[in-house]
Design a protein around this ligand. Structure first.
Ligand SMILES: Nc1nc2c(ncn2[C@@H]2O[C@H](COP(=O)(O)OP(=O)(O)OP(=O)(O)O)[C@@H](O)[C@H]2O)c(=O)[nH]1
Ligand SMILES: [Mg+2]
Length: 238
């Protein structure tokens, strides 16, 4: 009994200590409950960045269609996504930014560094060649992007705190390629991520996830797109 009482008292004391410490910052604490996470969606030209943002914000999931190119960066307002079988997982998004693919990998890295978001969602197009010029190949694009982002963080990590909590690479348009192509791309992308990213990952300790994805109607429906969003929500919740 006396041991239990001791434990209970200790718990209460810890509770009070936390409360006292939190009290002067009460407003900031309340704020952080209401302000959600910032997400930046970047990646190869025409890889499906806007399709991903439309799915995340509105659940839009349609046939492949002639979408317009994104011509300038767009940033959404706050919104809320409820996920999981019983909608028990909730993701409060402060803003999600969608970048035009045309500006290229280096510029996407500059923007990522500047925005310093909680989550980076990087889309590559499985239907483009694996290697080659960064504007035409998936792993080429990834290499240029990672190299630039790492350089920026390495040079500035003492001046700026990296807020990143979630970094995921989506290999999109899985419906367009053979399984062997997906496998090869996962392997090569992981190799680049492991080699290139260190300071750019801030306090993330896990390996960056590389997930095959499909953002238009296909035989499996929105399954892959949903699991990508759930993955991101979970890694932001920790
Ligand atoms: N087959 C297939 N097509 C897709 C998929 N995701 C997107 N698309 C198509 O790819 C094209 C480009 O999609 P967007 O979402 O506009 O791509 P984006 O990365 O925003 O393009 P930019 O803004 O120009 O860089 C559209 O025709 C989409 O319908 C996918 O998983 N499979
Ligand atoms: Mg776009």
């Amino acid at each position: 009994m006396s041991t239990n009482g001791g434990v209970a008292a200790a718990v209460v004391r810890v509770g009070i200590a936390v409360f006292e410490r939190a009290a002067p910052k009460g407003i900031a604490w309340v704020k952080s409950l209401f302000f959600g996470k910032t997400i930046v969606v970047i990646g190869q030209s025409r890889a499906g960045k806007t399709s991903f943002v439309d799915f995340l914000r509105h659940g839009i999931f349609e046939d492949e269609s002639d979408t317009g190119r994104t011509l300038e960066k767009t940033t959404s307002g706050r919104f809320d996504v409820k996920l999981g079988k019983d909608k028990t997982l909730e993701l409060i998004v402060e803003s999600v930014s969608d970048l035009p693919g045309q500006v290229g990998a280096t510029e996407h890295a500059n923007e990522t560094y500047k925005e310093n978001p909680h989550a980076v969602v990087l889309l590559l197009d499985l239907a483009t060649p694996l290697k080659g010029e960064p504007d035409r190949s998936s792993v080429g694009w990834l290499t240029t992007y990672c190299d630039r982002l790492e350089t920026l963080w390495r040079a500035n990590k003492k001046k700026k705190k990296n807020k990143i909590q979630s970094f995921v690479v989506l290999l999109n348009k899985k419906d367009k390629v053979k399984d062997s192509t997906v496998k090869k791309c996962v392997f090569e992308a992981k190799k680049v991520l492991e080699k290139e990213l260190k300071d750019a990952l801030g306090s993330i300790t896990d390996d960056v996830s590389v997930l095959p994805c499909c953002l238009v109607n296909n035989s499996n429906g929105p399954k892959l797109a949903e699991s990508a969003v759930i993955h991101i929500a979970k890694s932001l919740g920790g």
